[in-house]
Design a protein around this ligand. Structure first.
Ligand code: PBG
Length: 328
């Protein structure tokens, strides 16, 4: 008798068979939607390099949040554009700063939606760097105190989780201590632990007006060539009290996501950044690929690599697609 041959195609023949043995499920429950908030009223300004995304004033933001919650997205990640920038980024930790106001407004209207906040200074500083600049360099330790103030001000406004993205050493510990001292012992920290100095942040810097005015971020964000170092960064942040660790960007760093999940087995987020979004949108617009399918494939791949949480500008489109039954 002929040798019984394993034929992988047997389980690919019918859509329901494929679904039956599918290893990775992309669910709306795992998505976080990032948004940009600006001062003013009635502002809904399209972001040129991120088609489908807008800079929103708080009144407009609140309208969108109802829709976001209604499609089942569990949470949003807020970025703010200040009225004015200064060397110390003071609006970042002002009680009536744009993000602090936005958090209050969203929690007021859609209390169940999780509101996460980006903790960083770069949108707020006149020089566009993520920390205090002295003598032409970004100073680590003096920056920690400001970042801690940002995080506490977000928690005071009602943020459900704070997400430091600055890449200063020791910031998770400093933020944890400050939150605890202010009685926010239950506010979790999602640390941008392995955040690479990536060209894929281009459209975001355009959207958030946060490009550095001199130099670049390579003196504090990670070298794209390094993997072992990412594991060390994650270990450090966990040691300092991070509740969720993050790899960013996502698609060019799937190996890092996979290693992080295998080595640490802790809740892991991946940030599919503005450039990843822009690439798919742009190619879709040119008719070079099927945008909807590319989006679902990319998000599923990030989950398959090991991310529990996917932060993506596609969150609303993906949620709608999943509602219709998702991939077959
Ligand atoms: C701020 C910050 C950046 C992003 C998230 N938080 C930009 C940067 O580090 O320059 C990028 C997000 C994206 O590209 O979607 N530090």
């Amino acid at each position: 008798m002929a040798h019984a041959m394993f034929r992988p195609r047997r389980l690919r023949e019918k859509p329901l068979l494929r679904k039956l043995v599918r290893e990775t499920a992309l669910a709306v429950d795992d998505l976080i939607y990032p948004l940009f908030v600006v001062h003013g009223r009635g502002v809904r300004e399209p972001i040129g390099s991120m088609p489908g995304q807008f800079r929103l004033s708080i009144d407009e933001l609140v309208k969108d949040m109802k829709d976001v919650a209604s499609v089942g997205i569990p949470g949003v990640l807020l970025f703010g554009l200040p009225a004015e920038k200064d060397p110390r980024g003071s609006e970042a930790y002002a009680e009536d700063g744009i993000v602090q106001q936005a958090v209050r407004a969203v929690k007021d209207v859609v209390p169940d939606l999780l509101v996460l906040t980006d903790v960083c200074l770069c949108q707020y500083t006149s020089h566009g760097h993520c920390g205090i600049v002295e003598g032409g360099t970004v100073r680590n330790d003096p920056t920690l105190e400001l970042l801690a103030r940002v995080a506490v001000s977000h928690a005071e406004a009602g943020a459900d989780m704070v997400a430091p993205s600055d890449m200063m050493d020791g910031r998770v510990g400093a933020i944890r201590e400050a939150l605890d001292d202010a009685s926010f012992t239950d506010t979790p920290i999602m640390a941008y632990s392995a955040k690479y100095a990536s060209s894929f942040y281009g459209p975001f810097r355009d959207a958030a007006d946060s490009a550095p005015q001199f130099g670049d971020r390579r003196a504090y964000q990670m070298d794209p060539a390094n993997g072992v170092e990412a594991m060390r960064e994650i270990a450090l942040d966990l040691d300092e009290g991070a509740d969720i660790v993050m790899v960013k960007p996502a698609l060019p760093y799937l190996d890092i996501i996979s290693r992080a999940k295998a080595e640490f087995g802790v809740p892991l987020a991946a940030y599919s950044v503005s450039g990843e979004y822009a690439m798919i949108r742009a190619a879709g617009r040119l008719g070079w690929l099927d945008e909807e399918r590319a989006m679902m494939e990319a998000l599923t791949a990030i989950r398959r690599a090991g991310a529990d949480v996917v932060i993506t500008y596609f969150a609303r489109d993906a949620a709608r697609q999943l509602e219709r039954g998702g991939a077959s």
